[in-house]
Design a protein around this ligand. Structure first.
Ligand code: ATP
Ligand code: MG
Ligand code: FE
Length: 341
């Protein structure tokens, strides 16, 4: 099977051709970091405009490079949410137009499902069910992935996502946007024990996350001018990692047997985070799996792959399907207030 994937939910415009045999035949990705950097975050209007300008020629390039004609595709898979609605609509409408013109099935993919299944694109031995830490700019969740379309949420954040915490820490330290990679780099030169920072919710019986207090503590510590930026970055990163491993341990106890511990989403690109999770997995005799960094941050290969995973089910979507700004992976999950602490 052969699927074209389209991603446009945030500030990456991306297209990719992926086969059910896990081959990425061609892919392109255009980041808009420079366009948003002056504002310290993604500006929805600028993002939607950039997607609209870049996507069509990009799809053309990907098809030409792989020598594939539209009618040869088994499906066109596009992110249909959650995300910035203007950008999502650009990608979804493009997919609909191509699907209609070439008479190819359309798949409306949940961006989070793209992240959730991305580890299986890189790791053929990874089988269901697995424990998933999904950590990105907008989400911070622990899920059990029982199969394609089968996601049970065990934890979420009661305030900020982990990637958001990295981005806010970067902003405090004047490292620019996006902040995760910059904080990771600076942390390499600092002492993770230098600054005393809180570990919100660590020790609580439910596995939820909270990072707003950690960010505020970083800001207060910064304002004392008593610490180097590198020490602050390293101490923040260590505090965040301590939260993640503590919360994961609680969730793993609650979710029953799984085949592996898996991390996905932009923050999964972080080597210190990966290292801590690998250690946790080893202590529990679990396999550890994490996609290569380029598959962690937003990309279209993971969207195409989610389409490949769905192909055997024969499940497609109608051409009038709507884009969804909000779209939980586990619709049965209760909203969390105060995370029961
Ligand atoms: P979502 O997937 O929730 O809709 P998103 O699409 O913006 O959000 P991703 O592209 O998956 O998120 O991830 C981006 C986030 O990952 C940003 O917050 C960024 O700072 C963070 N990130 C990327 N690389 C690293 C890294 N090396 N260390 C820490 N954080 C990182
Ligand atoms: Mg981005
Ligand atoms: Fe994402």
């Amino acid at each position: 099977g052969l699927v074209l994937g389209i991603e446009s939910s945030c500030d990456e415009t991306a297209a990719a051709l992926v086969t059910t045999e896990r081959q990425v035949l061609a892919q392109r990705i255009a980041s808009q970091d420079e366009a948003h950097a002056p504002y310290g975050g993604v500006v929805p209007e600028i993002a939607a405009r950039a997607h609209a300008e870049r996507l069509a020629p990009m799809i053309d390039v990907v098809l030409k490079e792989a020598g594939v004609a539209l009618h040869e595709l088994d499906a066109i898979a596009a992110t249909a949410g959650p995300g910035l609605i203007g950008g999502v609509m650009v990608g979804l409408v493009s997919a609909k137009a191509l699907a209609m013109a070439a008479d190819v099935p359309l798949m409306a993919i949940n961006h989070l499902e793209g992240h959730a299944l991305s580890p299986r694109l890189a790791d053929p031995a990874l089988t269901f069910p697995y424990a998933l830490l999904l950590v990105s700019g907008g989400h911070c969740q622990i899920l059990r992935v029982d199969g394609v379309g089968e996601y049970r949420r065990f934890a979420t954040t009661i305030d900020d996502a982990l990637g958001e915490a990295f981005d806010k820490t970067a902003k405090i330290l004047g490292l620019g946007y996006p902040g995760g990679p910059a904080v990771e780099r600076l942390a390499l030169q600092g002492d993770p024990d230098a600054v005393r920072l809180p570990r919100p919710l660590v020790g609580s019986g439910e596995p939820h996350f909270s990072f707003a207090g950690l960010k505020s503590a970083v800001l207060r510590a910064y304002e004392t001018q008593q610490h180097s930026d590198a020490d602050l970055a390293a101490s923040f990163q260590q505090a965040a990692i301590d939260c993640v491993t503590d919360r994961l341990a609680i969730a793993l106890d609650a979710m029953g047997p799984v085949s592996a511990l898996v991390v996905a989403g932009g923050v999964a690109a972080n080597k210190a985070v990966r290292g801590a999770l690998e250690t946790l997995a080893r202590a529990r005799d679990l396999r550890f799996s994490a996609p290569p960094p380029a598959l962690c941050t937003d990309n279209a290969a993971m969207i195409a792959w989610a389409g490949c995973e769905r192909l055997p089910t024969g499940q497609n979507d109608p051409l009038d399907i709507a884009a969804r700004p909000r779209w939980p992976l586990d619709p049965t999950a209760e909203p969390v207030r105060g995370a029961g602490v």
